[in-house]
Design a protein around this ligand. Sequence first.
Ligand SMILES: [Zn+2]
Length: 203
Amino acid sequence: MLESFLDFVFPTACAVCKIPPSPLCDSCVPAFGVTKSSLEGTPVWYATEYSEPISRILTAYKDQNRTALITYLAPGLLQAVAEAVLHLGSCSICVPPRNQINFRKRGFDPVLSLITAGDKLALRHLPINTLRFQRQVRDQRRLDKPERVSNILGSMKAIPGSKRVLLVDDVMTTGSTLKECMRALGAAGYEVAGICVLAKRNI
Ligand SMILES: [Zn+2]
């Protein structure tokens, strides 16, 4: 209640400590450093662990439409993508399918907005838009781990293709969304060479 009141009075206050006037004050700007991990044998590059302050910044960005935060978040994701491309060579970028309910609520696609906010020349091209939901899914963030798996498993399909793909998302928690992306892409003929996320929850 107090938070939403402060957001109303100071719409550009820091997303973490709520002190105005910038969307993120100097002491709350997250530090990025790319780390390599893996998901079912596929390499994963991530820019930061999913903890404070990044979790709060991402919530403000995605659920309170604080799009001014793109400036602070995009560099982290682009660092992870640059590191992945360095190791993998040229790849097509692919993002998870858009959840239409969230998209209607927000009016923007958080992952695509982060990618396209960066240096497009460094990325060479925009993401291929090949993954779709073939049935309705619930917002994964509101579910526990077993629910996430049953919610997402078999939910996606891809337009057939044969490209090498770098899968890019904002957050990896249990990995169930990214695993379903890999399954759908693999079934359609693509090779998922790697995964990049801005923030990864290390359990
Ligand atoms: Zn702050």
